[in-house]
Design a protein around this ligand. Structure first.
Ligand SMILES: Nc1ncnc2c1ncn2[C@@H]1O[C@H](COP(=O)(O)OP(=O)(O)OP(=O)(O)O)[C@@H](O)[C@H]1O
Length: 258
């Protein structure tokens, strides 16, 4: 089976600074893959390259074997590539239900017919409820987003990305800012997303990485240091070396919990 997403020698240079360098990354269909690495390693830049927000200065990107390097971010999104951001991008006064309805409408190209009573779009509301249910947000469907616990807001961001019916989901620190007691629930929802969706997530908390990923890619100074199963990565002395003395150390603890 072809990888859902694959890069070959991917790189980007900002002036004299090589932020991402010769990256060969492969995301299998149905993957639950973590992208880890110290601050400034280039993780977000790599996601921006994959989504087409920034253009590479070297290498290429393939989706299901098709070269998408020259495709715009919009075109990649229409092909089924979705992402979430490190920062909260929600409208606080909207409800989760209407937020998801809007996202589905956008997918369906219904933006131009907003003057029609929304209640007519029952299929759309049914789908929105089903999506909220999948992320265990159905009981909160009508609560203004700004009143939701932060962990629930991050779950809603995933629901919004899912509204595009993606085949590949790129999550940039989905648990950033979420209290520890809520982050496990958030990752459980990610783990339980439909198995045909390939997920790549950036995460700093090694306990979450080792508990919820099936493969881990380690990015250091813009390059992939190594890639493997959680057991392989946890046992790799080079990875321990990178994390030793680092603020996000905890690779041993991660393995112990994994
Ligand atoms: N547009 C840009 N112009 C110049 N330098 C940039 C640009 N975008 C990112 N960088 C630099 O590239 C490096 C990688 O940044 P990036 O945000 O991708 O790292 P990261 O691994 O996601 O870090 P963190 O874990 O802190 O989020 C950093 O040194 C950053 O300052």
């Amino acid at each position: 089976m072809k990888p859902a997403l694959q890069t070959h020698g991917l790189g980007v240079r900002f002036g004299a600074f090589q932020a991402v360098n010769d990256v060969h990354l492969s995301l299998e269909p149905g993957a639950r893959q973590a992208l880890i690495g110290p601050n400034g390693a280039g993780k977000t830049t790599l996601i921006n390259l994959l989504t087409g927000v920034i253009k590479p200065t070297a290498g290429r990107i393939e989706m299901d074997g098709q070269d998408i390097t020259a495709f715009t971010a919009d075109r990649r999104a229409r092909m089924g590539l979705a992402r979430t951001f490190q920062i909260n991008t929600l409208f606080p006064s909207l409800t989760p239900l209407l937020s998801v309805v809007l996202a589905i409408s956008e997918r369906e190209g219904l933006g131009a017919v907003w003057w029609r009573p929304l209640t007519r779009h029952t299929a759309l509301f049914d789908e929105a409820h089903a999506l909220l249910g999948r992320l265990k947000l159905d009981a909160l469907a009508d609560v203004p987003v700004g009143e939701l616990a932060y962990g629930k807001q991050r779950l809603l961001e995933i629901a919004l990305a899912m509204a595009a019916r993606p085949r590949i989901l790129l999550l940039d620190e989905p648990a950033a800012g979420v209290p520890e007691d809520e982050s496990g629930e958030l990752f459980e929802a990610i783990a339980e997303l439909p198995q045909d969706i390939s997920v790549l997530f950036i995460e700093h908390d090694m306990k979450l990485v080792f508990r919820f990923s099936r493969r881990i890619s380690v990015l250091v100074a813009g390059q992939i240091l190594t890639e493997g199963t959680p057991a392989e990565i946890g046992a790799d002395p080079r990875v321990r070396e990178v994390y030793l003395g680092h603020a996000h150390a905890g690779i041993h603890a991660g393995v112990a919990h994994g």
